[in-house]
Design a protein around this ligand. Structure first.
Ligand SMILES: [Zn+2]
Ligand SMILES: [Zn+2]
Length: 281
């Protein structure tokens, strides 16, 4: 299952994460035999976008960016003989805020070494934005806002399509985050139909763009989900379309680095993000 790396971890700069220091993530990665680690903190939301999460804690603060890069770069240097570290972001795709997102990427693009593009926020039929992975209660409210759970799913996958197709400039992340995050509370809220056909179409789109897929094990450990994002079946479909599969634990605590790697079928090849060359530099 080469490569041994975790390419989706958060830090204490994330307000909904833990206070674990970035160095603890690095130490845990090393102690688990990892050779690569990508810090992908939630990029700051545009200041004209009001964080729809009830705790307004979705992303790191813009004023922390310098400190984030500084610490990441310090660790990169300090541990370079043992592990290759990249510092970047998990960037939100926000429908209607493409220009602001492009501006952010343009400002920091040259410093971003690895990045993921994810959909956590949807626009409801009444125009309001919602954060889909906040809590079961909030997800229940979102379903009422949309009128039906299937409408929430349809909008999620539609937004994902728009994310893949959006022009966010030359620094647009080329890895799609947790493809099936919408399943986070699926043991509580079941869609009436499956979305396999829609997922298949989205994989085709990802393949055509030559993007890669964050194979994200966080969902497996979520109480109301119990499967990876996406499932092993979908990972196989993606692999059949030659989409690179890039492992991410989506850790928000240092102890979770590499967590769930064993949930990815052993016969599926895991890829290194493009940011790393074959020697891992
Ligand atoms: Zn997070
Ligand atoms: Zn995410």
């Amino acid at each position: 299952m080469f490569p041994v790396g975790d390419f989706h971890v958060h830090t204490h700069f994330c307000p909904h994460g833990s206070n674990d220091r970035m160095e603890e993530y690095v130490k845990n990665a090393i102690s688990r035999g990892m050779k690569f680690l990508s810090f992908t903190e939630h990029a700051p939301l545009p200041n004209v976008f009001d964080d729809p999460a009830p705790n307004k804690d979705s992303a790191m603060r813009l004023e922390d960016i310098d400190a984030y890069f500084k610490e990441g770069n310090r660790l990169k240097e300090a541990y370079k003989d043992t592990i290759t570290i990249k510092v970047g972001f998990e960037v939100d795709y926000l429908l209607g805020f493409e220009a602001e997102t492009e501006r952010f990427l343009h400002t920091y693009g040259a410093d971003i070494e690895d990045a993921i593009l994810s959909v956590h926020m949807l626009q409801a039929p009444n125009g309001e934005y919602v954060c889909l992975d906040f809590s079961p209660d909030e997800f229940g409210r979102i379903i009422r806002l949309f009128g039906s759970i299937d409408h929430v799913y349809e909008t999620y996958y539609q937004t994902l399509r728009q994310a893949i197709e959006a022009d966010l400039g030359k620094w647009k992340p080329v890895r799609i985050g947790h493809l099936t995050l919408i399943e986070k509370f699926s043991k509580l809220f079941k869609a009436a139909r499956t979305f396999n056909d829609v997922i298949e179409e989205i994989l085709t789109l990802i393949a055509a763009k030559q993007y890669s897929l964050d194979v994200n094990t966080a969902g497996y450990f979520k109480e109301y989900c119990g499967v990876t994002y996406p499932t092993a079946t979908v990972m196989r479909q993606a692999n059949n379309k030659n989409i690179p599969l890039i492992f991410g634990s989506d850790s928000h605590t240092a102890g979770h680095v590499g967590k769930g790697l064993e949930q990815i079928p052993k016969d599926l090849p895991l890829a290194l993000p493009k940011a790393y060359d074959e020697k891992g530099n």
